[in-house]
Design a protein around this ligand. Structure first.
Ligand code: F6P
Length: 539
């Protein structure tokens, strides 16, 4: 069954939400809290080690009721069933979307074209486990008989961002191996990494679903040439492994068939860290931690699949985000983790969210006349408080923000953690309440300065409070956002799993690259023409 194709703006719920927005748009959340002592209790979900507080949003019971009606009208339930049952819901590429199968238990069943994919999924997981154990224990040796000390993940986009973010987020759980990520085609990136490597003890993991990506192949070739300055072609088998769907191209590159970790076309690049794309994660933190990451994601899948929508964390987050995006006209959303470990989390989510839902044609093939994908950005608190929070507090833009924090600190330093958490709680309180003129006056502020010290408040936030940053809770958190992406794609009636928008630039870059080495300059607009000539003249 194809995904539903309901234009959300034609639903009854949408019209009602529009009218409701007119009633609510000037209401201050402070008043909503004052009117209802139960507001925080009612607008929160406790699930496993997660506590989601969404009460600091510009919503009422009526808003939620209407948003849930919208979810029904766009047939979200049916869409969830279609996704989990392996239907080809990535219709524009003719593929199923089954990253959920990658973290499901062995006895689960996920069918693609009538075939249960789980045996294959577990074959690859066992291969990852065996390989990880041999590398981490030092049993597997390089070409001079030494154990590996360094891992280099070579990939870009979904073949880089997920593993890089997770390895960074789970560095507390890391083993003795040092892991680097090379992604940018900018040669300075790979050369800076090379400076830190010893060819005798470095293992290269080339990750590319298609094995045709310019950046990845360039970096892999550069690293292979560098490696061959010390080793022979035969040694490549000991030092290079690949993760790909394109087995032929991997072999052409010179990687031994035994060193290929396969993946499948039903795994989208930006949802692929659960597949062998996560090999570098497994190597960095060990297989047990890696499988706990998968377990966490699976638990979130079950929560998403089985909870009623009013108690469903990804559904609630997605609908509230639609409320701001489509009714308040908010263009961006900030992700603010209060954990330095999640330093790369917003960057990672940028691909997941913006590559998925940055679309302007609906599932009927028609141009869309309403807003879709949100712009995602963010940095960890408390650093971001000293950077861009001024604009969130007192700027003219409405920026809904997700605050992500942990009750327990990993290093157990309560002094630091209490300070961190006090900031975590204080910021959402400040964004909610603001500061009135009377409060500013009461502080004895000089009269001419008073307007500048007033905070309007009424700035929406979600608080996602998790007991502790563990591989399992991180898996849940990532999967939570994946499902939020899916729900929003369904509401907006777009295809979330293709990414044709990244192709045009790639094609043009290939054409321009050829022009660098000939005297011929093909027709371009005058701006591009001048820039191209400038480069050729001075390079
Ligand atoms: O940038 C587009 C994209 O296709 C992403 O979706 C993907 O994650 C990335 O390129 C890398 O692709 P591959 O894994 O095939 O090298």
């Amino acid at each position: 069954m194809a995904l539903p194709t309901v234009n959300p703006t034609t639903t009854d719920a949408w019209s009602k939400l529009q009218a409701h927005f007119e009633d609510l748009k000037n209401t201050h959340m402070k008043d909503l809290f004052a009117q209802d002592a139960e507001r925080a209790n009612k607008n929160s979900i406790t699930w496993d080690d997660f506590y989601l507080d969404f009460s600091k949003n510009r919503i009422t019971d009526e808003t939620l009721k209407l948003l849930l009606e919208l979810a029904e009208e766009v047939k979200l339930k049916e869409a969830i069933t279609s996704q989990f049952s392996g239907e080809k819901i990535n219709q524009t590429e003719g593929r199923a979307v089954l990253h959920t199968a990658l973290r499901a238990p062995k006895d689960a069943q996920f069918f693609v074209d009538g075939e249960n994919v789980m045996p294959e999924v577990y074959d690859v997981q066992e291969k990852i486990e065996g390989f990880t154990n041999k590398v981490v224990s030092g049993e597997l040796k390089g070409f001079t008989g030494k154990s590996f000390t360094h891992i280099v993940n070579i990939g870009i986009g979904g073949s880089d961002l997920g593993p890089a973010m997770v390895v960074d987020a789970l560095q507390y759980y890391k083993n003795q191996l040092t892991t680097y990520f090379v992604s940018n085609v900018d040669g300075d990136h790979v050369n800076e990494v090379i400076k830190k490597l010893d060819p005798e003890t470095t293992l290269f993991v080339v990750v590319s679903k298609t094995f045709t990506t310019q950046e990845t192949l360039s970096n892999a070739n550069t690293l292979k040439s560098w490696f061959l300055q010390s080793a022979t072609e035969a040694d490549i088998a000991k030092h290079f492994v690949a993760v790909s769907t394109n087995l032929e191209k991997v072999k052409d590159f010179g990687i031994d068939a035994n060193n290929i970790f396969p993946m499948w076309d039903w795994v989208g690049g930006r949802f692929s860290l659960w597949s062998a794309v996560g090999l570098s994660i497994s190597l960095a933190v060990g297989y047990e931690n890696y499988s706990n990451l998968l377990l966490g994601a699976h638990k979130m899948d079950e929560h998403f699949k089985t909870s009623s929508f009013d108690n469903n964390i990804p559904v609630i987050l997605a609908l509230i985000s639609v409320w701001y995006n489509n009714f308040f006209g908010a263009e961006t959303e900030a992700i603010i983790p209060y954990s330095q470990y999640l330093n790369q989390f917003a960057t990672y989510l940028q691909q997941g969210i913006m590559e998925s839902n940055g679309k302007s044609v609906d599932r009927n093939g028609n141009a869309i006349d309403y807003q879709t994908g949100t712009i995602i950005w963010g940095e960890p608190g408390t650093n971001s408080q000293h950077a861009f929070f001024q604009l969130i507090h007192q700027g003219t833009k409405l920026i809904p923000a997700d605050f992500i924090g942990f009750v327990e600190s990993l290093h157990g330093n309560t002094d630091h953690h209490d300070k961190l958490t006090s900031n975590f709680l204080a910021q959402t309180e400040a964004l909610l309440n603001g500061k009135t003129e009377a409060e500013v006056v009461a502080e004895g502020t000089q009269e001419s300065i008073i307007p500048f010290k007033i905070f309007q408040g009424n700035k929406p936030t979600n608080t996602i409070f998790i007991n502790k940053l563990t591989p399992e809770s991180l898996g849940k958190l990532i999967a939570m956002y994946e499902h939020k992406i899916f729900v929003q794609g369904i509401v907006w009636n777009i295809f979330s799993y293709d990414q044709f928008g990244v192709e045009l630039g790639k094609q043009l870059a290939n054409k321009i690259l050829q022009e660098f080495n000939t005297s011929e300059v093909k027709p371009h607009d005058s701006s591009t023409q001048n820039l191209l000539k400038h480069y050729k003249r001075f390079k």
